[in-house]
Each structure stands twice: as structure tokens, then as C-alpha cells.
Design a protein around this ligand. Sequence first.
Ligand code: PMP
Ligand code: GLN
Length: 378
Amino acid sequence: IESRLPAVGTTIFTVMSALAQEHGAVNLGQGFPDFDCDPALITAVDDAMRRGLNQYPLMTGVPALREAVAAKIQTLYGRAYNPGTEVTITAGATQAILTSILAIVHPGDEVIVLDPCYDSYEPNIVLAGGRAVHVPLTPRTFRPDFARIAAAITPRTRAIIINTPHNPSATIWSADEMQRLSDLLCDTDIFVIADEVYEHMVFDGQQHQSIARFPELAARGFIVSSFGKTYHVTGWKVGYVAAPASLMAEFRKVHQFNVFTVNTPVQHGIAAYMANPAPYLELSAFYQRKRDLFREGLAKTRFKILPSEGSYFQCVDYAGISDETEEAFCRRLTQDIGVAAIPLSAFYPDRFEQRIVRFCFAKKDETLKTALDRLASV
Ligand code: PMP
Ligand code: GLN
């Protein structure tokens, strides 16, 4: 059959997790916690199931959860989204991003992506009949290059996808960078898809710069987030989108024929759990401690440690250790050293090589210590 996605294979995350399992390696590759969520969250979902909340919810999501999301965005970022018309619950951020793209991208449209970028963006654009226009972040420092973004804009540019905190580089956008994007787009009709799934993991006292804080960006933007990241339940696959009503109306037209709706008891459980903001307010400190533990250990290895400002990722440069390609190095690290990582080249269309790999530190302390003991031998 003629493939709709001829360039696409199995995602690097699946490939590296399978390799880690095969070799009994500590899996610091695919991004997911190896510890469980708060038992109170499980109790909240269990309660919902026992209360008989097991049939289809509203197409747009359980009202209490949409209200909790809108209230959180208002409190943290100062923008009011109407839970009735401007928030929709999705099957994770993955579906939220695909549905946003399908809602706005017409055949022949261009969508700007900033490399390295999450691996679902380009296939999603292609499925919509669009074309991804790749603009690199600055090499090794991973900052947005506004001159290059401006130069990539054409009359066909329909949208730009941004991601802060950033997977894989663990950088975060500053308020000044967000303002520069806002200035660049304010006289255009370009939409913004803001992948903010790591919004609650920002370190060293910095603040997450949601597009909700920037009126020009919010007016043209879809905010995407994921409860899987925030509540240590990546397998539950529940997230949300917030967007102005006119954009959300188009989003929902696609959503209703894409998944229709999302797991009812999990939505009720998360809504009840969100009444206490502490779990997401304390998440940055929780992960900063793990980041610091991991970086202290890495300092005793031959890896060069790159900044980690947000997300649960830490990138390292292995140029002083090996001149293998990133993928070859990751495979050897998994097979011979027993630690799985993700090559940064997997996030570039041309497999651009920088001798940088990504570790995920969303792991128990003992898992991180075992990995560090092994990495010390590299
Ligand atoms: N965007 C980014 C940047 C991610 O890292 C992830 C998760 N790996 C997703 C989207 C998808 O999130 P979800 O699991 O909620 O679909
Ligand atoms: N987002 C996670 C990562 O970057 C993995 C998600 C997936 O496996 N698709 O590691």
C-alpha cells in the first residue's frame, strides 16, 4: 500500500525501551517515571468508578475537570478561559496536538517547527496535508533564533509549534523570548500550538512562560498540557487543550470524530484531586532535587553536563568519550554499560549530529544511583 507516512518508522522511544528491556538496562531513555503516583489519586479514580461514573462523559470532557483546568490557568498565568467553550479534555497531549493540527492545517499549508522537536509534530502535519518547515534552535544552546523564524514565514505559513519547557533539550523560553515571538506574530494570522506538557517542571526559581501570559499569543494559540506528566501517570493518557472559543469550536469538530471523548472515571478522579494545588505546585522542587542528584553523579563521569532548566530531561555531551554517532553510542551504552538514553539526532529531520544524548531523571533515587554507578565506568 502507498504509505501516508513513508519516512516514518517506529518511534525512537519504543525502540530504545525495547532494547533496554532486552539487555536488562536501566531505562533513562523513554520519558516516564519508574515510581507510582499519589495513592490519593488512585482512590479518587476508584471512587468515581464505584459511584457509577463509567459511561460516556460530555464530548468536551467532564465539566468539573474543565473548570479545574480553567481555574488553574487563571491563577498561575492570569488569563481566563471559559470552561464551557475554551477547554477540552483530550487523550493525552499527543491527541491534543494532532487534533489541533487537523483543525487548522489545510493541504499545502506550512507549519514552522523548531528543531530539535518532539517526534509526533511532523507526521501530524503531513497527515493534515501540510508541510513542516524546519527552523533550528541555536546549536548546542537551543535558543529560538528569531531572525531565522522570521525568514521562514511565507504566505502559506499557517502555524508555529513551540515547546517550553523543551523536550529534548530541557531549556525553557524566557519572558523576553515569548514577547519577541508575540511581536513577530502580532500582525500575521499565524496560529500557535504551545506544547506545555512540562509546565510544572521549571527549576532554579524561574517561571514557566505559558502563552496564556501573552495576550497576542493566547489569542491565536492552543495550549496543550498532559496530566500524565504532572501526576506521574503517563499511561493514563489524559491531557487538555485551552484555546479561544473560535479556535476551540474548530478543535471540537475534529475531536468529536477523532476520539469523541476521554475516559470518564479518570477525568472525575483528576478533577477531585486538582482541588489541592500542592501536587503540581511542588512538582518543580520534587524534580529539581532529582535533577541535582543526577547532575552531582554525572559530574564524576566523563560526560559534559548541559543545562537543565525544566522538564525531566538532562542532556550530556559525550564528544570527549567517543566519536560514534548518537544512535550508535546509545545502543552501545544500553547493551554494554546497561543504561539506555535517547540520541538527540532522533529529534532532527536530517538526523543532525552533535554528540549529545538525553537522559530522563524521572526515576527513583536508587534507579538514578545504579545508572550513575554504571555511567562512571564509561
Ligand atoms: N509533547 C512532548 C514534548 C512530550 O514530551 C510528550 C510526552 N513524551 C508529549 C507531547 C505527549 O504527551 P502524552 O503522553 O500526554 O500524550
Ligand atoms: N514523551 C516521552 C519522551 O520524550 C515518550 C513518549 C513516547 O514514548 N511517545 O521520552
